[in-house]
Design a protein around this ligand. Structure first.
Ligand code: HEC
Length: 108
C-alpha cells in the first residue's frame, strides 16, 4: 500500500511540471519572478522609473523573434537576463511572441 502511494506521488511529480504548463506560461513565470522589479505589469498605470509593460513592448515596430532573441542573448543587456538559463530565455521569448499574437486592445 505504502509503495503504491509512493509510486503515485513520484509519477505525479514527474508529470505535473510538463503537463501543467507550456512554454509561454513558463516564460510568464520567469518574467514575473525576474523582471517585475522594473517592468510594469499589464494594466498597471505608468509609473516614473518603471520600464514599459511587455504588452506595450511587443507592439513596438520591429519587435520580432529575431530582435528579442538577440536582446536576450546580449551580454551587456541591462536586464537580469544573465541570470536566466537558456531554456528560460526560450520560454521568455515564447511568452513575448504569444503576447504579440494575443493582444486584445491597446494598453500602456
Ligand atoms: C533593472 C531594471 C530592469 C529589469 C530587472 C528588467 N528590465 Fe527590461 N528594461 C528595462 C529598461 C529601463 C528598459 C528600456 C525601457 C523601455 O524599453 O521601455 C527595458 C526594456 C526591455 C525590453 C524592450 C526593449 C525594446 O527594445 O523594446 C525587453 C524585451 C525587456 N526589457 C525584457 C526584460 C526581461 C525579459 C527582464 C527579466 C529577465 C527584464 N527586462 C528585466 C529595465 C529592466
Amino acid at each position: 500500500m505504502k509503495t503504491k502511494m509512493l509510486v503515485a506521488a513520484v509519477l505525479l511529480a514527474a508529470i505535473m511540471p510538463a503537463g501543467a504548463t507550456d512554454a509561454p506560461s513558463r516564460g510568464r513565470r520567469v518574467v514575473d519572478e525576474w523582471c517585475r522589479l522594473c517592468h510594469l505589469r499589464a494594466g498597471q498605470p505608468p509609473r516614473h522609473g518603471m520600464a514599459a509593460s511587455y504588452e506595450v513592448i511587443v507592439r513596438r515596430p520591429g519587435r520580432d523573434a529575431a530582435y528579442f532573441n538577440r536582446l536576450l542573448h546580449e551580454d551587456h543587456f541591462p536586464m537580469t537576463t544573465f541570470r536566466l538559463f537558456e531554456n528560460e530565455k526560450q520560454d521568455v521569448l515564447a511568452y513575448l511572441l504569444w503576447l504579440q499574437r494575443h493582444q486584445p486592445q491597446p494598453r500602456r
